[in-house]
Design a protein around this ligand. Structure first.
Ligand SMILES: Nc1ncnc2c1ncn2[C@@H]1O[C@H](COP(=O)(O)OP(=O)(O)OP(=O)(O)O)[C@@H](O)[C@H]1O
Ligand SMILES: [Mg+2]
Length: 446
């Protein structure tokens, strides 16, 4: 791991070298500059310092101007000012301008180290925070560039700002829940709760208490009053997933709530007003369910104000490379692994497959590959047979795949030693080199 780097900016060589000595002893890496301009140059490269220690008074560009430059450039680096005697006012000004803290001259060892530690702790927290926010955002990002997905995004844009009930339908794993969240995020209800309930996953006799809540003593075991999902979603959005699995009795109750915007907890007498936007989803054909008398037609029309159909992955195969890349990043990061790549042949294979489980199936496969494949390149040989059989390879392709697999395996066994691998494979070293180049195999990455 890269060491923590500190940039010391001071015109006095004596101060620079004594500070550097202390910090190097503490295990930090030190970079030095004798004025603001020189410091700015050091801030232009790739490896930015983690903390800047800058003197306030310097000829050329002084500490305050440097601080302003750092802030203007949006560099999230804590800046600690070093102030001489009588410059406290300026130091306070620096704090107002966004400096992390200041140390007075003459510098004391303990104080300097303590302030640097505090600055580093704060920076770490800030980075973790940013990272978390990015990850949450990424987790619910809708990825894709296909025409079908663009049309879908257009429908979301139109539906989201309204209060209209949305009915999302499509095959399993196509992203119905993701779309429901996106509609909520793009609505005026953003910032209020998004509450989901999967009607298929909750036993029939519990669904009503989940949806409407209950009063203390409403039934055996109801020790305390409990709010239901409708109440919890007040002001926000309630996502009724697998709505086709609701019993007739629950359907009747939900219908009444939609008409009156009021709920009654089980065992209660009071009617509670709720302001909830409903988004329902199903992978069942509700029209067919209505024909079979399993779903109420009146409820269907009330839920289905804005219908959104989510296309299956088979209908938008152009999205596969982007999705693969997105999930690779997500799972490599989550598992603390170096970013892996899926090579062209493997990606072609994935693009040919029909994905009956849609995006969820693809996502699960990428997670498995990230965990199971030891090298950085995912090849056809790493992909499960079910997927490969779906796409019958020619004998030539199969031979190539096997050759690549065997070379990779042998290199792995010999820990990347090419001479040893060539011997094990009983071929010339030069031929092995040629083949490695052809198959894009890098021994260091195996
Ligand atoms: N376009 C997309 N971009 C990125 N991730 C997606 C996309 N579509 C779906 N996913 C991911 O795939 C998984 C399945 O999506 P989701 O749960 O929304 O599907 P669903 O249609 O509700 O499935 P089911 O019918 O099985 O409940 C989730 O982890 C989701 O984040
Ligand atoms: Mg779902």
């Amino acid at each position: 791991m890269a060491r923590t780097q500190i940039l010391i900016v001071d015109d006095e060589a004596r101060i620079r070298s004594s500070l550097a000595g202390i910090l190097i002893d503490e295990g930090y890496e030190v970079v030095m500059a004798n004025d603001g301009i020189c410091a700015i140059e050091k801030l232009q490269g790739e490896g930015l310092p983690d903390v800047v220690l800058a003197d306030i008074w310097m000829p050329g560009m002084d500490g305050l101007t440097l601080l302003k430059e750092i802030k203007n450039r949006n560099l999230d680096i804590p800046v600690i000012m070093i102030s001489g005697h009588g410059t406290i006012e300026t130091a306070v000004k620096a704090i107002k301008m966004g400096a992390f803290d200041f140390i007075e001259k003459p510098l004391t060892l303990e104080k300097t180290i303590l302030i640097i530690k505090h600055a580093l702790d704060q920076r770490k927290l800030q980075l973790e925070n940013q990272n978390l926010r990015m990850r949450i955002k990424k987790k619910y990002e809708i990825i894709g560039c296909s025409k079908a997905l663009k049309e879908l995004s257009g429908q979301i844009e139109i539906a989201a700002p309204t209060n209209g009930r949305v009915y999302i339908y499509g095959e399993n794993g196509t992203g119905k829940e993701l779309i429901a969240r996106e509609i909520h995020e793009k609505s005026k209800r953003k910032g209020r709760p998004f509450v989901g309930i999967n009607c298929a996953a909750i036993p029939e006799d519990l669904i009503e208490s989940e949806l409407f809540g209950y009063e203390k003593g409403a039934f055996t075991g109801a020790m305390n009053r409990k709010q239901g999902k409708f109440e919890l979603a007040d002001g926000g959005t309630l996502f009724l997933d697998e709505v086709g699995d609701m019993s007739q009795k629950t359907q009747a109750k939900v219908l009444r709530i939609l008409e009156e915007s009021c709920i009654q907890r089980l065992g209660g007498v009071e009617w509670i007003k709720v302001d909830v936007r409903l988004i329902a989803a199903s992978n069942k054909d509700l029209k067919e369910e209505i024909k079979q008398a399993n779903f109420r037609e009146d409820l269907y029309y009330r839920l289905n104000v804005i219908p959104i159909e989510v296309p299956s992955l088979k209908e938008r195969k152009e999205d596969i490379p982007l999705l693969v890349d997105h999930f690779l990043r997500e799972f490599c990061f989550e598992n603390g692994k170096k970013l892996k790549k899926v090579n062209t042949e493997a990606l072609d294979l994935m693009s040919c497959y029909d994905w009956p489980g849609n995006i969820r199936e693809l996502k699960n496969l990428i997670e498995r590959l990230v965990i199971m494949v030891p090298g950085e390149i995912i090849t056809v040989m790493d992909i499960p047979l079910t997927l490969r059989e779906n796409n019958q390879p020619s004998l030539r392709e199969a031979k190539r795949d096997f050759e690549k697999y065997l070379i990779t395996k042998t290199l792995r066994a010999s820990r990347g030693n090419i001479s040893k691998s060539a011997k094990m494979l009983q071929i010339e070293r030069s031929l092995l080199y040629q083949k490695m180049k052809m198959y894009d195999i890098e021994p260091r990455k195996i």
